[in-house]
Write a protein that binds this ligand. Structure first.
Ligand code: ARG
Length: 546
């Protein structure tokens, strides 16, 4: 599916020889798209931009797609797409089996590392955001034709397991009776115990060694802890309606057998050096080093991530690796990527990207806390939303709030605003979908069903129709942009615009009792399809009634 914008851009570029960089016009008076290529060329050549614009317009043969081009102000070129072409774009998308989603010419193997909660710890808001954002990116990257490999890098390894196993034995607990919740409590008791009792501290340390050397009983208890946590994670995934399954689990422990080699190879490459007993990679002057091996001989979080990169590149043959992890870990990923690049485990053919995101804040603008002052978990957020809305609407509200801001921004968790059916919210988009579905249902009751494969738009006469069609024609670009730049808020913003133009269209253009009934029903059907497809890419259900 090639979009109108792409065709027009390509034709222009054949004349200008540089990217015309078409932008949506800021005002209807400036047409649909605006182009400042003449101003850029003028700067380079020292010529008058209006003269250049005139030459471009004269040379460009585009009357089959656009109204006569206009030159405005100092040399902007205003482009207005012909109404019949806009109508055609809408019907072509409708007949497209991919619903107007552009398909990648050379599909890639994309690893998406997201969610990644920790065993015996509740899912924190960071894991929640990662799960929602990662789920959206997986959907978008898959929809454009890539092979997406989700990797749930759960925290199932580390010294804390020595303490946890020891506490289980100490309290004589049957680990199979634990749940994610009770194992979190156990974790807290183990921590207190560890701090107050030196014998326990020593036993816990020995237990770590036992775990690492494969002691049977220790391994069995450790595995049980993972199992009970997995049940808890899966409950959360089911509640959220995300695509993650057990198949996608690739926890930290999986890379354990590779850690010695990571250390030795980094030493052999001359990248890692001993510093006060620890093995370190010094990257930037004045920056703390990446620690490969601690002075006690243990490996940490960074070493595991280095091993994971090798595994993803070599075994999973990834072309692109995306990490959806909170912004506080930016520095960690910078160091890991830099080290992996120096070691040549990550070549320039593989793109590794950290998609960071901000925190969720309370109404007071501070880190969101529950009423009793505890850190917020996934369930508390969802419960809060479900207090004021049905589960389906609450989910849409929470997900949309998470996706619709620039990812790096913190956002305020305001249930009333998020669940409102007006304004830039998930429920508003669901409502728009339900409303347009209702019109189509009414037409259907008259035996009037839009045939997606043979739909026709006679004419777009009203500005509101034209604006709706123009917006529909932009869907492929928006999806492509999100697949490339990994910014879900662009898709949210687009869908909100579409829903807004849909309501302007309702106000100004009667559908069922009008001469243009059949064309307008096609517009309604196309809007319904794009709203449903777009919401699905966000992981939000598009209801037919509300
Ligand atoms: N378990 C970590 C946490 O909860 C996130 C892991 C992210 N993924 C990674 N490859 N480091 O903070």
């Amino acid at each position: 599916m090639v979009s109108l914008l792409e065709v027009i851009s390509a034709r222009m570029q054949a004349v200008t020889h540089i990217d015309p960089e078409l932008r949506l016009s800021t005002k209807p008076a400036f047409g649909h798209y605006q182009c400042n290529v003449a101003l850029r060329l003028a700067k380079e050549t020292g010529r008058n931009p209006r003269d250049i614009a005139k030459e471009i317009v004269e040379e460009l043969d585009i009357s089959d797609l656009c109204e006569p081009l206009e030159i405005a102000g100092p040399g902007f070129i205003n482009i207005r797409i012909r109404a019949d072409r806009l109508g055609e774009a809408v019907t072509t998308h409708l007949a497209d089996p991919h619903g107007g989603i552009p398909q990648q010419e050379s599909p890639q193997r994309v690893v998406v590392d997201y969610s990644a909660p920790n065993v015996a710890k509740p899912m924190h808001v960071g894991n929640l955001r990662s799960t929602i954002i990662g789920d959206c990116l997986v959907r978008v990257l898959r929809a454009v034709g890539n092979i997406v490999i989700p990797q749930n890098h759960i925290g199932d390894w580390g010294t804390q397991f020595g303490m946890l196993v020891e506490q289980i034995l100490d309290e004589d607990i049957d680990p199979t009776t634990l749940t994610l919740e009770t194992s979190v409590e156990l974790y807290q008791r183990a921590q207190t115990h560890f701090r107050s009792d030196e014998d326990f501290m020593e036993a816990a340390r020995k237990r770590v060694v036992a775990l690492q050397s494969g002691d049977e009983e220790t391994i069995r208890i450790w595995q049980t802890l993972i199992e009970v946590s997995k049940v808890g994670f899966n409950q959360a995934y089911a509640r959220l309606g995300v695509l993650l399954t057990d198949e996608d689990l690739a926890g930290e422990s999986m890379y354990n057998f590779m850690l010695d080699a990571v250390a030795t190879d980094l030493e052999d490459l001359g990248l890692a050096t001993e510093d006060n007993g620890a093995l370190c990679v010094f990257l930037d002057e004045g920056d703390s080093p990446l620690i490969v091996r601690k002075s006690d001989g243990g490996y940490g979080y960074s070493t595991t991530d280095l091993a994971a990169i090798r595994y993803r590149v070599d075994a999973l043959t990834a072309d692109r690796i995306i990490y959806v992890v909170g912004s506080p870990q930016s520095h960690h990923f910078e160091q890991v990527f830099a080290t992996a690049t120096l070691a040549n485990w990550l070549s320039c053919e593989v793109r590794a990207e950290h998609v960071g995101f901000g925190s969720v804040l309370g109404p007071d603008g501070k880190m969101f806390k529950t009423r009793d002052g505890k850190a917020v978990t996934l369930d508390t957020l969802l419960d809060a939303a479900e207090e004021v809305a049905t589960p389906e609407v609450a989910m849409a509200a929470v997900k949309y709030a998470d996706l619709s801001n620039g990812l790096h921004k913190d956002y305020v968790f305001d249930v009333t605003r998020m669940t409102a059916t007006t304004g830039d919210t998930g429920p508003y988009l669901q409502y728009a979908h339900a409303r347009v579905s209702q019109i189509l249902r009414r037409a259907e009751a008259d035996g009037d069903v839009v045939d997606d494969n043979n739909a026709e738009i006679q004419a777009l006469t009203e500005p509101a129709e034209e604006l709706l069609a123009l917006t529909l024609s932009r869907f492929p670009e928006v999806v492509e942009d999100v697949a490339e730049n990994l910014q879900p808020h662009k898709l949210c913003g687009y869908l909100f615009e579409l829903a807004t133009y849909l309501s302007v269209f309702y106000e100004q253009c009667p559908v069922l009792h009008s001469e243009e009934r059949s064309s307008r029903l096609v517009l309604c059907r196309a809007t319904q399809r794009v709203l449903a497809t777009g919401l699905d890419l966000l992981g939000i259900h598009a209801p037919h009634t509300m």
